[in-house]
Write a protein that binds this ligand. Structure first.
Ligand code: GDP
Ligand code: ZN
Length: 375
């Protein structure tokens, strides 16, 4: 087994060198998908710190994927909105991001607002990290390096990048957490990224692992039929579904769907479940930009799809509206070469010549349907 960050290893030492003989069993890992293979980010973790920001804006698709992957490995997660200084208390932008994050708080995740720049919330974060090994995950540019430096109180120094630089170079900075063998015991003044840092301070030691820069997070180790177990707020309702193997999709007597209608499960999360389920089922997770959408892209797509509840009419249930909206949204993304007419009643997909097949993937690849099938 190739050692990765966080591994415990058995070494044999002689006068001049130390040789890794064995990688000890891993207590936990965090795995993400890299196209069609897994990337084990690090080992022996207790907590994943999901760092988010509004610039660059986060997407719920990414958040939900990290939550699912962490839960599948029995890892705790805390959501940290960094750059809180960019959304001052009381501002409309603050309300907006609070509303988005309240969805997660409501279902039991811890959410912190922090600012690496101005220091807000850092003490709360520090106290969460005590006595545990944690990994910082999040898109490039959200401020992971800054946070690490701040928590390091002068004893840790990692390079803070300029966002535009990082987005350009993101893929080349740190694409793997496997440390080259020859570097296992070399000490450089600037630690290699990723690296397991020990935070200074009294009390039980806190270790913080910096993860590779990434623009997406895709699920590796969860099958479509297992997905529902990792949407933690479904669990108490799922127990009472009519069918014990209910997928909470079209099954009658589904208590999860009822909970969505009654406002006990956030509809955003239910839609996200449907989307991810579909992608896992098609086997397209990680192969198109499902997890990459930023909120502004979402907004743009929503605007173009122009799905208004007024168009839908009264007889539809909240669930049906949610399903229609989410599938239209999904269609829109997958069938990039199509645009949608203003009304759901005439749910016509019209192919526009100039957009046709622009991403070279066509909708055939994305949806697994023959191209001649006009949908
Ligand atoms: P990383 O890619 O996640 O490691 O992000 P960096 O730590 O390199 O930060 C990316 C950019 O965000 C840098 O230009 C930082 O100065 C900026 N940044 C980081 N934290 C904050 C913060 O709390 N507030 C503001 N306004 N900017 C921040
Ligand atoms: Zn159900």
């Amino acid at each position: 087994m190739e050692p990765i960050v966080g591994d415990e290893v058995k070494i044999r030492t002689s006068d001049a060198e130390a040789v890794v003989e064995e990688v000890l069993p891993r207590r936990s890992t965090l795995i993400r998908r890299q196209t069609m293979k897994p990337q084990v980010l690090c080992a022996n973790l207790d907590l994943a710190v999901l760092v988010l920001s509004t610039e660059p804006n986060f997407s719920e698709g990414m958040v939900d994927r990290v939550l699912v992957s962490a839960h599948a490995q029995s890892l705790d997660v805390v959501l940290v909105l960094n750059k809180a200084d960019l959304v001052p208390r009381g501002s409309e932008a603050r309300h907006r991001v609070e509303r988005r994050l309240f969805v997660y708080e409501k279902i039991g995740y811890k959410v912190l607002f922090v600012s690496a720049l101005e220091g807000e919330g850092l003490e709360d974060l520090r106290s969460l990290l005590g006595g545990r090994t944690s990994i910082l995950v999040g898109n490039s540019g959200v401020g992971k390096s800054c946070l690490l430096n701040k928590l390091g109180q002068g004893q840790i120094e990692v390079t803070v990048g300029d966002i535009s630089e990082k987005l350009k170079l993101g893929r080349h900075i740190t694409t793997t957490t496997t440390m080259p063998r020859r570097r296992l015991f070399s000490f450089s003044p600037r630690p290699l990224r990723p690296f397991r840092h020990r935070l200074p301070g009294e009390g039980p030691p806190a270790f913080l692992i910096d993860s590779p820069g990434a623009r997406r997070f895709s699920i590796w180790d969860v099958k479509p039929e297992e997905l529902k177990e990792h949407f933690i707020e479904f669990i108490p309702f799922a127990r009472h579904c009519k069918f014990s193997d209910c997928r909470h999709l079209q099954e009658p007597g589904c208590m999860v769907k009822q909970a969505v209608e009654e406002g006990d499960v956030p509809p955003e999360r239910y839609m996200s479940y449907q989307r991810i389920y579909q992608v896992l089922l098609e086997g397209t997770e990680g192969s198109f930009r499902s997890a990459l959408w930023t909120e502004s892209e979402h907004a743009e797509k929503r605007k173009r799809a122009s799905v208004r509840e007024a168009d839908i009419g009264a007889p539809l249930s909240a669930i049906e509206i949610a399903v229609l909206r989410s599938s239209l949204h999904h269609l829109h993304h997958a069938f990039k070469g199509f645009c949608c007419k203003d009304s759901l009643r005439s749910m016509e997909l019209i192919m526009t010549d100039e957009n046709k097949d622009t991403d070279g993937m066509g909708y055939a690849a994305a949806a697994g349907k023959p191209k001649s099938d006009g949908g």
